[in-house]
Design a protein around this ligand. Structure first.
Ligand code: ADP
Length: 434
């Protein structure tokens, strides 16, 4: 039991029992001084009495320190010191301090949130019931060496944690040390997600490449075999082979563009560039496709330059993808509007918005959040027939991210879709680059 817990006390760093003894000796010295001053006791006798009191006060403390084992102290946790508790509480990852039996001494808020079954003074084995964790804990206690285990949680979302159990000597209240186990959890969920995404990406990309490749080798076999002498079949098959080869080339092109944009994602383009001629160039380049699909493109662009901090090649790619998609998937609407608007000068976050609107079948709401995922298509067959790779909108999103912009997608099924590329307006306008 502490006598004086105030941090300013000169006794506060001392163990409790030593503080007791010091206070007793102080009181005895004062009392004996008064008695000697009053002439009731000689100085020699007073010293002898003081020595007896000192022995009585100090010897039990020394004896206790030498003999008392930690297990003898019932109901008091020897390492329940504020400093240890503060260290565990201050750890950024979930952390739990266990005694030699695996009983919880301290746990921080992150650990309590991660595993609500963990309770102070209760065995961690009961709360974390995984056999792998129980074995790791048992081994760490037996060998006094660190052990690792995996902790998984599925509610409310899937989480994967690496659990490290490290034996640590913790100072006790009696000046000794107690061997405890520090259990820390490290969240591996983001790494695992990235790994899953990488594996998905490789599987998707190879599948996408394998499909046209299989078609190509099938037609080569046919042309070398049964259709060797058939001029009409040869003509038709060569046409299909050309389409498949173009599709493969486009896919490789899109994959390379995507990886280039991702590599430079952290470097924001700095060159000031007028986007009006870029949009016009893209529209001009797609006139042939528009005519083929019988779609009219209405362009509503300002006559004056509109400068943003941007990368010319990436912007060409971005507008090409959006306008080409509108022409391909929204062709039935017969009309596509490409317009540019600028937020009013008083707007707190001024943006330059390029809107591509079509009047085709639109997109059902459940698809909207996933459209910018790699290889995601509403209708795979339709996309392939249109020569799509499923990477266009993903590329658009990455290019906009690099330009610190954002993509807005709105659609009313049966009433078309609107894709809006929003760019932050540059703070100071520098001479434009054409
Ligand atoms: P793709 O190469 O297949 O065109 P994108 O990433 O550009 O890939 O587009 C993903 C999917 O989004 C398309 O397959 C299509 O289903 C849908 N989509 C894109 N733009 C439109 C649009 N304007 N109208 C309807 N659906 C669209």
């Amino acid at each position: 039991m502490a006598i004086d817990d105030s941090p300013s006390s000169i006794f506060s760093p001392w163990p409790d029992r030593l503080r007791h003894a010091a206070l007793i000796l102080l009181a005895a010295a004062l009392a004996l001084s008064v008695v000697v001053a009053l002439g009731e006791l000689s100085l020699v006798r007073a010293c002898a009495v003081f020595a007896c009191i000192a022995a009585a006060a100090l010897v039990p403390w020394r004896l206790h320190d030498a003999t008392a084992s930690r297990e003898d102290v019932r109901g008091v946790n020897p390492v329940e010191a504020n400093a240890v508790s503060a260290v565990v509480a201050g750890m950024p990852d979930p952390a739990v301090l266990l005694d030699r039996a695996g009983r919880v001494i301290h746990l921080n808020a992150a650990a309590a949130e991660l595993a609500p079954a963990l309770r102070k003074n209760e065995l961690a084995q009961f709360a974390l019931r995984s056999p792998e964790i129980i074995t790791a804990l048992r081994e760490a206690i037996a060998t006094a060496e660190p052990r690792r285990a995996t902790y998984t949680d599925h509610v409310p979302v899937d989480r994967w944690m690496e659990l490290v159990i490290t034996p640590v000597p913790v100072p006790t209240q009696f000046g000794g040390t107690d061997k405890c186990m520090l259990m820390t959890f490290h969240d591996l969920t983001p790494l695992r997600r990235v790994e899953e995404m990488r594996a998905d990406f490789v599987a998707n990309a190879s599948h996408e490449l394998r499909t046209p490749l299989a078609a190509l080798s099938g037609f080569i076999d046919t042309l070398q075999g049964p259709a060797r002498e058939d001029a009409r079949a040869r003509e038709r098959f060569l046409g299909i082979m050309h389409t498949q080869a173009t599709r493969m080339a486009r896919l490789i092109d899109d994959l390379l563009s995507l990886s280039r944009v991702e590599l430079s994602a952290h470097v924001r383009p700095e060159a000031s560039i007028d986007i009006v001629p870029i949009i016009r160039q893209v529209v001009d380049g797609l006139e042939a496709l528009a005519a083929e699909r019988q779609v009219e493109i209405d362009v509503d662009l300002p006559e004056t330059p509109v400068a943003i901090a941007g990368d010319r090649e990436e912007l060409l790619r971005l507008f090409e993808n959006l306008i080409e998609n509108a022409l391909k998937y929204g062709a039935s609407g017969g009309r596509v509007i490409v317009s540019l608007s600028q937020a009013a000068s008083g707007d707190p976050s001024p943006e330059i918005r390029v809107m591509v609107r079509d009047f085709g079948p639109g997109i059902a709401p459940e698809h909207l959040p996933r459209l910018t995922e790699r290889f995601y298509r509403v209708d795979v067959g339709d996309s392939r027939n249109q020569g799509g790779t499923g990477l266009g909108l993903s590329l658009v999103k990455h290019i906009l991210n690099r330009h610190r912009g954002r993509l807005l997608i709105e659609s009313v099924p049966k009433n078309g879709a609107t894709f809006t590329a929003c760019f932050p307006r540059p703070k100071t306008l520098v001479p434009t680059q054409s």
